[in-house]
Design a binder for this molecule. Structure first.
Ligand code: AMP
Length: 215
């Protein structure tokens, strides 16, 4: 399947993407994960992106399109992909349309995961992430804590609160979402490929997607 997952930070895009990869071998492509990996590796990309990310601002479109142009043409994308956190602006959506046209790929749909703001805020402030850039496993101190406090179950690295998940950065990220990313809902509606799922459980989102794909 070739899907875009839209939704505010904390809507569950990453969780839904991970569950979908198990269904048909499609790969999850998270620009946030790629950028955090680059910051940790200290690469040029990471150095250029870090200040924007820590402030809860978007990284410039040119940098993101540079990443995605390469990533979408890698062989593992042939089975399908789940775009998690990309596109985030109308110019990115327009550039993606041109890129997909050029490489001959058609999207199945764009899924707007719609979750109430109080749920989002609660999820983001209680979210913790593995600090190892190659792992980045996600935990939640209330609903799914690591077995040993502060230690990743998968790789043993410290589990931390992301710098952009302080209350101040979160509220800025949500404003940025409303201003720059929410307009993509209208964009993909016009393209005729939008579905909106209002659900707080990932299972319900998956069920809505598989039902639509089966139609
Ligand atoms: P995420 O993990 O998707 O919430 O992304 C974390 C941060 O990475 C965002 O707050 C942005 O600073 C940056 N980022 C991720 N994806 C994009 C994108 N498509 N466009 C611009 N910035 C992005």
């Amino acid at each position: 399947m070739k899907l875009i997952l839209l939704g505010a930070p904390g809507a569950g895009k990453g969780t839904v993407a991970k569950l979908l990869t198990k269904m048909d071998g499609s790969v999850q492509i998270s620009t946030g994960d790629i950028l955090r990996g680059a910051v940790q590796a200290g690469s040029d990309l990471g150095k250029q992106a870090q200040a924007f990310m820590n402030a809860g601002d978007l990284v410039p479109d040119e940098l993101i399109m540079g990443i995605m142009e390469t990533r979408l043409q890698e062989p593992d994308c042939e089975k399908g992909f789940l775009l998690d956190g990309f596109p985030r602006t109308i110019p990115q959506a327009e550039a993606l349309k041109v890129l997909l046209g050029k490489i001959g790929i058609e999207l199945d749909m764009a899924v707007n995961i719609d979750v109430p703001r109080d749920v989002i805020l609660d999820r983001l402030t209680t979210r913790r992430t593995c600090s190892n850039g190659d792992c980045q496993a996600i935990y939640n101190i209330k609903s799914s804590p690591p077995k040993q406090e502060g230690v990743c179950d998968k790789c043993g690295s410290p589990v931390i609160q992301r710098e952009d998940e302080t209350e101040e950065a979160i509220s800025h990220r949500l404003e940025t979402y409303n201003e720059k990313t929410a307009p993509l809902i209208g964009f993909y509606d016009n393209e005729g490929i939008l579905i909106t799922v209002t659900a707080t459980s990932s299972e319900a989102v998956i069920a809505a997607i598989t039902e639509k794909l089966g139609q």
